[in-house]
Design a protein around this ligand. Structure first.
Ligand code: PLP
Length: 387
């Protein structure tokens, strides 16, 4: 039966993600447009974004927080290019974005001493095999497989290398143990539903010490440069950005942070994502056709929830048909105005991906789930008739 209740906000994309509840363009009416970001009020807004980020995420006072160009990718690559090469590297990858960082260090930086710890979609590499005498690069939450690290317990306290963590779909939704993390990056358009453009780069004192004691052998583009004359360019970390930021995006991020504070800060934001995951988990438990792609509950993402089709009929199909069916489910729901952008990532196994971050309302997820059952039934019967 076709359901008759639709989600009020059918926005379940994994990035850019849903705006916060109640958002409208009027949230940007006080944006500092037409002014220099280097004028006093411009710098004050940028510093406010940094300090509210620190306060909500509980970033230690001696960690540096910078707003940098090119979204999360910019922040990660700035870190990789600036810090790596001083020692060997262990790099972990279990989905597309982690694999992208492997490509960077192997094919672009051509680091000579890299150990790749990899796993297939749905699982995670053996975390006990990581050697913390080396630098370590990993993604906290693999957005395209819906698999996250369970916690930070596997990370050594007394490490000699640096831990560099891409946390773009984890920050504001999962507990990040700052004492275990030397570099953390994320972008604004994920859990907080901000606008894409800028990346956040957070550095521990050890990461800063590396920057000030080590100069990589390769050329460093201006937008990656974090030091001047061997010293940290401290201005970057108080809002003196390397190049021009969008003050509209800054205003929107400030709006998102203020909303985050209003729902209870980090605890409240995590609780919202967890509750959203709970709604989906309850449905999956009773579903005859859908299951989590993540193999176990402890590595299951509470933001980018990836589902596979577990119907035995589906298993008998070839890869092309499987992909076509998954695409059709997403397309059918989009055409109904029920769910936008829930097709699985292009490199992931065929399935659907539902964003469950804090800006998504639990009731909208509840309304969506019967539509998934309906769409699967429709697509299956159409497909079975045609073949
Ligand atoms: C884990 C992860 N890393 C990196 C990126 C790239 O982020 P951006 O588009 O903000 O550069 C994404 C985007 O979805 C992601 O999920």
């Amino acid at each position: 039966m076709k359901p008759n209740v639709r989600p009020q906000a059918p926005y379940f994309s994994s990035g850019p993600c849903a705006k916060r509840p109640g958002w409208s363009v009027s949230a940007l009416s006080d944006a500092l447009v037409g002014r220099s970001h280097r004028a006093k009020p411009g710098k004050a807004r940028l510093l406010d974004a940094i300090e509210r980020t620190r306060s909500i995420l509980g970033v230690p006072a001696d960690y540096k927080i910078g707003i940098v160009p090119a979204s999360d990718t910019g922040a990660v690559e700035m870190a990789l290019w600036s810090l790596l090469g001083e020692r060997g590297l262990d790099i972990l990858a279990w989905e597309s974005f982690g694999q992208g960082w492997v490509t960077d260090v192997v094919k672009q930086l051509k680091l000579p001493d890299v150990r790749k710890l990899e796993a297939n979609y749905g699982s995670i590499p053996d975390l006990s095999a990581v050697d913390f005498a080396r630098d370590v690069v990993f993604t906290w939450n693999g957005t395209t497989s819906g698999v996250r690290v369970p916690n930070g317990d596997w990370i050594a306290d007394d490490r000699a290398g640096l831990t560099i963590c891409d946390a773009t779909s984890a920050a504001f939704a999962m507990d990040l143990p700052w004492d275990k993390l030397d570099v953390v990056t994320f972008s604004w358009q994920k859990v907080m539903g901000g606008e894409a453009a800028h990346g956040m780069l957070i550095l521990s004192p050890s990461a800063v010490a590396r920057l000030e004691s080590y100069t990589p052998p390769w050329p460093m583009p201006k937008i990656f440069r974090m030091t001047k004359g061997g010293k940290l360019n401290a201005g970057i970390f108080v809002g003196e950005t390397i190049n021009t930021p969008s003050m509209l995006c800054v205003e929107d991020y400030l709006d998102a942070l203020k909303w985050g504070e209003s729902v209870g800060g980090l605890k409240g934001l995590i609780a919202r994502s967890e509750a959203n995951l709970g709604v989906i988990a309850e449905w999956v438990e009773n579903s005859p056709w859908a299951d989590f792609l993540a193999e176990t509950a402890e590595i299951r993402s509470n933001t980018s929830v990836c589902l596979k089709v577990s119907d035995p009929w589906f298993e008998t199909l070839g890869d092309e048909d499987k992909a076509a069916i998954a695409k059709k489910i997403a397309g059918t729901l989009e055409a109904e105005g029920v769910a936008y952008d829930i097709g699985g990532y292009r490199d992931a196994p065929p399935g659907i991906r539902i964003w469950a971050g804090a800006t998504v309302e639990k009731d909208d997820l509840k309304a969506l789930l019967p539509w998934l059952d309906w769409a699967y039934g429709e697509v299956k019967s159409t497909f079975a008739k045609a073949s």
